[in-house]
Design a protein around this ligand. Structure first.
Ligand code: PLP
Length: 361
């Protein structure tokens, strides 16, 4: 084995979805969809989408129409697939052919959609304060009557600070969203993972978690979904004063045993982890020493009783968020950086068999 092994626990992701769905149901009686953009945060929408559909998810969210088309092929006709980027110029055919629901972001997208695909389902994205995507209150006021007459499948907005429950922005955006949508009969959605945890007032009719499904913060009770085991290529003993790696940024303070592992920044182990990350031999921590290089990292294993064959960088001892802290980033970026060279294994009783249709009959 030379490639690192990435193990993705489908049952854990399904359990996380069920837990967030139970919170949404108990709070506002909301249904729960699943955000599986960017290939399910790098973990494989082809595998996780069908498993979540079997668990009961019926609304799926992707960023791009192209992602939606690929997802339709694995989910079959029964799921709603929403596209956060809306109806971009040139996308009419892909939206139509794959039955995708664009979340229209501005009045120009509304006109484009109503002209190009009259009668085709659409949703609306409103800006409640984040200033990233969606219509401003004045824009919304201008198209609201025409849009509501067309029967939008969903009216949604997105929270900027939902991972900080005490942040005043959460209440501000809730108030803005209500002011823009109270009285509309279309289903409403405001919350991703963080918003679900804020409570019933933020949940409306449909929630659309992403990161919580994949085991990441702010869903503190999430089950870990990924394990990443890296093979040891070589082990050497070095003397006090010898350096390790590019730039000689680490120098052995005494005699040391150094393991060289087959993964580097080309595989998503961000170079900022240089001299910062921890790897694990079972329960024993082993510090990464020296610079992360493209294909390799070096780890101090002096204290292990036997030479390891594999060390773990993501798993029960170290979550994606713990590794993200060491890298100065967030779990989302750790997951979506996981590279294509790992050999990927899906475990769990819900792991679909090859060729099995994704969507339940
Ligand atoms: C990515 C995204 C989500 C999912 O957010 P998580 O924090 O991963 O749960 C929901 N809504 C929108 C608009 C998004 O861009």
């Amino acid at each position: 084995m030379t490639a690192g092994m990435l193990t993705i626990d489908i049952d854990a992701a399904v359990a996380n979805w069920r837990a967030l769905a139970a919170l949404s149901q108990a709070g506002a009686g909301a249904r729960t969809g699943a955000t599986i953009k960017a290939d399910a945060y790098g973990l494989g929408a082809d595998r996780l989408g069908p498993a979540l559909a079997r668990a009961g998810a019926r609304q799926f969210f992707v960023a791009l129409a192209q992602e939606g088309a690929r997802l339709r092929a694995v989910l079959g006709p029964g799921a709603d697939i929403f596209v956060y980027c809306g109806h971009m110029a040139g996308d009419a055919a892909i939206l139509r052919d794959h039955g995708l629901i664009p979340l229209l972001n501005d009045p120009a997208q509304v006109s484009r959609h109503l002209q190009a695909l009259p009668g085709h389902p659409f949703g609306i994205q409103l800006d409640s304060g984040m200033n990233r995507l969606g219509m401003e209150p004045a824009e919304w006021a201008g198209v609201r009557a025409a849009v509501l007459a067309g029967g939008p499948a969903l009216i949604m907005s997105h929270l900027a600070c939902a991972d900080e429950p005490a942040h005043a922005m959460n209440q501000t955006q809730l108030d803005n969203f209500r002011a823009m949508t109270d009285g509309c009969t279309a289903p409403r959605s405001l919350s991703a993972t963080g918003g679900i945890l804020l409570g019933a007032a933020w949940q409306f009719d449909l929630t659309r978690p992403g990161i919580g499904l994949y085991g990441g913060a702010p869903f503190a009770n999430a089950r870990p979904v990924v394990q990443l085991d890296l093979p040891v290529i070589q082990i050497r003993d070095i003397a006090a004063g010898e350096p390790v790696g590019y730039g000689c940024t680490w120098v052995a303070p005494g005699p040391r045993r150094i393991a060289t592992l087959a993964a580097g920044y080309a595989d998503g182990l961000l170079r900022h982890l240089t001299n910062r990350a921890t790897l694990w031999a079972g329960d024993t921590p082993c510090p990464l020493v020296g610079r992360v290089s493209m294909d390799l990292i070096t780890v101090d294993v002096t204290h292990l009783p036997t030479a390891p064959e594999v060390l773990t960088i993501l798993g029960p001892q170290q979550t994606v968020d713990a590794l993200a802290d060491a890298a100065g980033t967030i779990g989302y970026e750790i997951l979506t950086s996981l590279g294509p060279r790992y050999s990927r294994h899906y475990t769990g009783t819900d792991a679909p068999k090859a060729g099995q249709a994704g969507f339940p009959a």
